[in-house]
Design a protein around this ligand. Structure first.
Ligand SMILES: [Zn+2]
Length: 162
């Protein structure tokens, strides 16, 4: 039995018992390879978008470095793209402030997740997967917030009216 490592999820699997794809020197679970292909398509879309928005300021290296860093932070590539869609298509923010990169994403990821999540709920399309586990953490924060709100002390009476 030959055991190889999936280049995407980093898990080992036996070649004989697994559906896999071999791309150059790398092995992938079949479903992981699909994810890689989808991710790569989204990364190309991010570059196309920023190229259009930033013109001469567009910086491929900076954007690639940011995408890699965001993945390590737990952001999904689809979430990064949707955060940029939110910032530039919905909020119409000024792309000259981006200096050719996508550093804004880490500041707006949660806000964008909330926005798109609300859109999807209103369309009855309950899909939270684009932003990965991010939504769950926001929801637990919200629960904490609403609990603290209900525990707010009653207003002090400042005036006594007869
Ligand atoms: Zn895998």
């Amino acid at each position: 039995m030959t055991v190889v490592k999936c280049h995407y999820c980093k898990k080992m699997f036996p070649k004989e018992e697994t559906e896999y794809v071999c791309a150059g020197p790398q092995y992938y679970h079949k479903e992981c390879y699909e994810k890689v292909k989808n991710e790569n398509a989204v990364i190309i879309a991010i570059h196309d978008k920023m190229k259009k928005l930033c013109g001469k300021q567009y910086n491929k290296q900076k954007i690639d470095a940011k995408i890699a860093a965001y993945k390590k932070m737990g952001f999904t590539v689809a979430g990064v793209k949707k955060a940029l869609d939110y910032w530039y298509d919905i909020r119409k923010e000024d792309p000259t402030k981006a200096y050719g990169s996508i550093a804004i994403v880490e500041y707006i990821y949660g806000e964008a997740a909330d926005y798109w999540y609300a859109q999807e709920i209103s369309k009855h399309q309950y899909d939270t997967t684009d932003f990965g586990s991010w939504k769950n953490s926001l929801e637990s924060e919200k629960i904490i917030v609403s609990q603290t709100v209900t525990q707010k002390p009653k207003r002090l009476k400042l005036f006594e009216l007869d």
